[in-house]
Design a protein around this ligand. Structure first.
Ligand code: GLY
Length: 573
């Protein structure tokens, strides 16, 4: 039997510390040479920064931050889900991809969500049939084992303490509970984890304990991920998923494996971009879009209607290709080299018109969106310039809402990212082809786009990524364009209003403060104004190139970054 947590590669040796510069910060940014963590929840960022201050590297900090996020933002990510990480140790300069995405259970079939020709959408996103085999516990253990230098227990302890001693309920959790209240109340065991004895929801400022999750984290701390895949926790997951209508077997968990992959790679204005390969579409779409845009003088266009129009047209090509070509490369062939080549980008660029749009079928080379309140992203660059970019998810808010009470686990609804019927939009309005239909053991197509960018001299420039379903791709891309082409400060690069276009639906989504609606309508775009639903976390080389990095967390998700030297200064005061 393959044990996913037995990853047999080098452990990165710890390195001698340089004295870090004192951190400077405001609400959403922090600048330091001592290591910076940008996560979408302040307590989680601080836990990561504490690990860095204690001598841990970016991999150690990433593990501790992601485990903490699973406790404090339980609607977004956690041990019932999965994710992707890119890691670049400064010592080798090689970027490794850890893929701990969920897989379809062995009893899954291509038509499992179709009854009498109709897609049962609810089955894809709520209840047992929506759950994919989770990879988070094994993935984080592999990240620590392969690249970390701190004892595993010290990385799990902070999350365990939050769950067992309790943490202060924050506004975002209250908002998400309110928004999901109707559905949560139909799952009383899950709802009870967030309710007072009288049945009212916990409120801002309350202390919330998660005893079941604390039990799980203690097991994870003491025994590693084994109990998730072949022990007591595995049994409880199978029972809870199947009781909720699922099709899990013990062997689905026992045979789950984490994959180590090569990143997709491209260049943009002299910088090298590494991003997530399939089973995510994110890296391919970002590199294809950047390749198209590199042929335009984007810095001259700035955020003008023409600049936005060209970005949207490039995105439509990439998303059309996403729909047509992308899927899990362990199961289907994907022409990755072609899609990420400059030659192909030039071909697509030649079709783009500056004053108007094309019919939908003219994009790519094959023929209303829900809010994604699941998913979380962490970007870290430590004082040795090790780089980490991880995105983790349970998919929609509170995942499938299948709960494993004894162990406090909220199971993902990642099966919703498969294509139930080619050509029929999924819960994100995304269409797909046979490339992304369900098959046993297959990973559903993701948009998660953990990305690392290097300068021409191969020094670290940026670790970036986002949450937000397909808008992850546009949110990540816009943070890169705003920084590289438009020379925005890190905070402005993240705060600036965003667009989103995913080819189908054939609608350009604009954040209200973007303006330029009339000018874009004149070019033929069908526009809907709405808040952006991507949340970007970025750590980027500071403009003064003085060895400091600036972390910025997206105010849209109330995040805040943290610096290692700031948390250790606070601790010594
Ligand atoms: N579940 C969202 C994604 O993977 O894109």
């Amino acid at each position: 039997m393959r044990r996913p947590w037995l990853v047999t590669s080098l452990i990165v040796a710890s390195m001698v510390c340089a004295t870090p510069a004192v951190a400077q910060s405001d609400a959403q940014t922090v600048t330091s040479a001592g290591g910076v963590v940008a996560a979408d929840q302040p307590t989680a960022s601080r836990i990561g920064a504490r690990v860095l201050a204690d001598g841990g590297n970016a991999a150690d900090a990433g593990v501790a931050t992601l485990l903490a996020l699973g406790v404090v933002n339980p609607f977004s990510s956690g041990l019932g889900g999965g994710g992707f990480c890119l890691y670049r140790p400064a010592s080798t300069g090689e970027v490794t991809v850890l893929d701990f995405r969920e897989t379809a259970p062995s009893a899954a079939t291509a038509d499992m969500y179709v009854v009498d020709g109709e897609v049962k959408e609810e089955w894809m996103v709520r209840g047992g049939k929506a759950v994919g085999v989770p990879g988070e516990a094994g993935g984080l253990w592999a990240l620590s084992y392969k690249f970390g230098n701190q004892p595993w227990e010290t990385l799990v302890d902070p999350a365990h303490e939050l769950a067992s001693d309790g943490y202060t309920v924050h506004q975002l959790l209250v908002d998400r509970l309110k928004k999901g209240a109707k559905k949560l109340k139909k799952r009383p065991k899950l709802a009870a984890a967030f309710q007072e004895a009288d049945g009212s929801w916990v409120d801002t400022g309350d202390t919330l304990q998660r005893p079941g999750l604390a039990r799980t984290l203690k097991r994870l701390r003491d025994d590693g991920p084994a109990p998730f895949y072949e022990g007591q926790i595995a049994d409880a997951i199978v029972a809870a998923v199947n009781e909720a209508g699922g099709i899990f077997s013990r062997d689905d968990l026992a045979s789950y494996s984490i994959e180590v992959r090569e990143p997709v790679q491209g260049t943009y204005r002299g910088k090298t971009v590494f991003s997530m390969p399939p089973s995510s579409s994110g890296g391919t779409a970002i590199i294809e879009t950047l390749n198209i845009l590199e042929g335009y003088d984007m810095s001259r266009f700035g955020r003008s209607p023409l600049g936005v129009h060209l970005t949207v047209e490039a995105l439509k090509h990439s998303f059309a290709d996403r729909a047509g070509w992308l899927g899990d490369t362990d199961f289907v062939d994907v022409p990755l080299q072609r899609l990420t080549s400059e030659r192909y980008a030039a071909e697509l660029r030649s079709k783009i018109k500056r004053d108007t749009v094309l019919p939908p079928k003219a994009y790519g080379s094959k023929a209303p969106l829900p809010d994604d309140h699941g998913t979380t992203h962490v970007s870290i660059i430590d004082r040795h310039e090790n780089m980490l970019s991880c995105t983790s998810t349970i998919n929609l808010s509170f995942g499938s809402m299948v709960f494993v009470p004894k162990w406090g686990l909220i199971m993902n609804d990642e099966m919703g990212d498969f294509t139930a019927q080619p050509g029929v939009p999924n819960n994100y309005g995304l269409v797909g082809t046979e490339q992304n239909v369900v098959a046993p053991g297959k990973r559903p197509l993701s948009s998660m786009s953990p990305t690392l960018v290097l300068n021409e001299d191969e020094s670290p420039f940026m670790a970036v990524g986002a949450s937000g379903g397909p808008a992850i791709i546009t949110g990540t891309l816009m943070a890169m364009l705003n920084t590289i082409d438009f020379d925005h400060s890190p905070s402005r690069a993240i705060e600036a209003p965003r667009i989103h276009h995913q080819w189908l639906p054939y609608t350009l989504f604009l954040e209200d403060s973007m303006g330029m609606r009339d000018a874009l309508e004149e070019k033929g775009h069908d526009i809907e104004v709405r808040p952006a639903w991507s949340n970007v976390q970025m750590v980027v080389e500071s403009k003064q190139s003085d060895g400091t990095f600036t972390g910025v967390s997206d105010p849209r998700k109330m995040g805040a970054p943290a610096a290692a030297d700031a948390v250790s200064q606070e601790a010594s005061q």
